[in-house]
Write a protein of this length. Structure first.
Length: 331
């Protein structure tokens, strides 16, 4: 929770002032009249590793974070949930699953083909954003392949008498999980109406026969309480770390009496490595701008470490443009 206030009686209340990268702080600072909110380009160049290319200004990075934090600390009052609530621990774990390597290699052919095309057209560089459509297709395919593994992991949880939440970015995965768990599951996606949404939450919270909540990461990741669950699973990964953090806290909030276990199901050696690398770098930026802590450490760039993707494509000798970054969210 953060409160921003600067001049007269201007105050903003937000749970997450920075979701993804420092440029998101600019409009908040402008709204409360902070001097750093006066010039968008100056802010972007100084604190977002801004640079100009043929597409215009790119402010997707991060730089001079210690200075940014120091200049805004008097404006932002932040409190961690742990500081104001008496909650049990929350444990975050990655669970690696093996996918069919031959099938995955076949799935990467389209990515490689597009990368080669972009490489030839752009004089030796490949921009991340130009690969996003294929990234999305690969993420979708990997998420579907992981769904059966996630279902088995959730079954182990249910055998122990616990309730579970499963998040995914993809409707097809939600369909697969719903079919697997049947009447023991409720479902919350962007297509769920408000009345049905509340009914699903109430059933999960109150009905012992309902063991699993299946949710779209964005539609079910905010605004609801699912403290009947002590186990949270992410079948697939989003590009925005704050989306994951908010989704985790559907179970980890007021009313939770037990330790919450959060599991990220990942497939090493696939595009999951790339997305996880993006999340780690962006999380480092959020940690550096954590106004509940003293000092800001590391994370002087919000851009992904392209070495991860280069390892996946090195056999094809397709270099990447280090000034571009993957981003965005699938529905």
């Amino acid at each position: 929770m953060a409160i921003l206030g600067q001049v007269e009686d201007r105050y903003l209340l937000t749970g997450t002032p920075v979701m993804n990268r420092p440029i998101e702080l600019f409009n908040l600072l402008r709204a409360v009249g902070h001097p750093l909110g006066d010039d968008y380009v100056d802010f972007g160049k100084r604190y977002c590793a801004g640079f100009k290319d043929t597409y215009g200004w790119d402010f997707s990075g991060a730089s001079n974070l210690e200075e940014l934090k120091a200049r805004t600390e008097g404006t932002i009052l932040a409190r961690r949930k742990e500081e104001v609530l008496d909650l049990p621990p929350k444990l975050r774990t990655t669970l690696d699953v093996e996918l069919d390597r031959a099938r995955y290699r076949a799935m990467t052919e389209e990515l490689v083909h597009l990368a080669r095309e972009q490489y030839e057209q752009n004089g030796g560089n490949v921009r991340w954003n130009e690969l996003l459509p294929v990234f999305s297709k690969l993420r979708h395919a990997i998420a579907k392949d992981k769904a059966k593994h996630t279902a088995a992991l959730v079954e182990d949880t249910l055998a122990g008498g616990e309730k579970a939440i499963v998040f995914t970015n993809f409707t097809a995965v939600a369909d697969m999980l719903q079919k697997h768990f049947g009447d023991a599951a409720v479902r919350l996606t962007g297509e769920t109406g408000q009345a049905a949404r509340q009914e699903a939450v109430d059933r999960f919270q109150e009905d012992p026969a309902v063991k699993v909540s299946i949710g779209n990461l964005l539609a079910a990741g905010t605004g609801i309480t699912l403290t009947a669950a002590t186990q949270v699973f992410f079948n697939d990964l989003d590009w925005v770390p704050a989306n994951h953090l908010q989704a985790e806290d559907r179970a980890y909030r007021i009313g939770q009496q037990k330790m919450v276990n959060v599991y990220y199901v990942t497939a090493p050696g696939t595009l999951d490595d790339v997305v996880w690398g993006v999340l780690e770098r962006k999380l480092a930026v959020l940690e550096a701008l954590d106004y509940t802590k003293r000092g800001a450490e590391g994370a002087e760039t919000g851009r992904v470490n392209e070495e991860v993707l280069e390892r996946l494509l090195r056999d094809f000798e397709v270099p990447l443009d280090p000034t571009s970054e993957a981003g965005g969210t699938d529905s």
